[in-house]
Design a protein around this ligand. Structure first.
Ligand code: ADP
Length: 159
């Protein structure tokens, strides 16, 4: 069984992430989308909320599991029996960082390979940080995030 991990901050999950995940789920037998968090760094949303919003957004994908982890991605991958990491590429600007990250991971563990996927052009420019910026400035994020994220952020604003 080919298991892949899709690690990231997902703070919050966007339609770009979902598109990458959908492709990953078509290519691999199982994909574990894993929220990477660092207890000394506070994100926009707490990790447990990010996990819950992802779970609600991926319920239609049968071979996808949602989890979270702290520490090195390769250690988490080994623990889960995965030999592939999925990462997304939007533009050349992502490439340099992603290439370095994948090479660092290969240097730490030769067995684990990184696979890069791209999204449909309409989701290509979406990033969690752009979404946060639009949301915090009262813009409409409904086109860019899955419904559970939109509903959660809308309620959070009203409160
Ligand atoms: P990280 O903090 O690890 O970069 P992110 O949640 O920002 O976590 O992104 C996780 C992965 O998804 C990264 O590989 C990122 O490049 C990719 N990604 C995010 N948004 C998109 C998008 N719109 N299209 C393609 N890949 C994306």
């Amino acid at each position: 069984m080919k298991i892949a991990i899709y690690p990231g901050s997902f703070d919050p999950i966007t339609k770009g992430h979902l598109d990458i995940l959908k492709t990953g789920a078509e290519v691999f037998d199982k994909v574990i989308i894993a929220v990477a968090h660092n207890s000394s760094k506070q994100g926009f949303l707490p990790p447990d909320v990010r996990v819950k919003l992802i779970q609600e957004s991926v319920s239609h994908l049968d071979n996808v599991e949602v989890d979270s982890f702290e520490g090195l991605t390769i250690e988490y991958a080994k623990k889960r029996g995965a030999k592939v990491l999925i990462r997304g590429l939007r533009a050349v600007s992502d490439f340099e960082y992603e290439l370095q990250l994948s090479q660092a991971n290969s240097a730490l563990s030769e067995d684990i390979k990184t696979v890069f996927l791209t999204t449909k052009p309409k989701y290509n420019f979406i990033s969690s940080s752009t979404i946060k910026e639009i949301y915090l400035n009262n813009g409409d994020i409904s086109k860019f995030v899955p419904e559970p994220v939109y509903d959660y952020l809308l309620k959070r604003k009203v409160c």
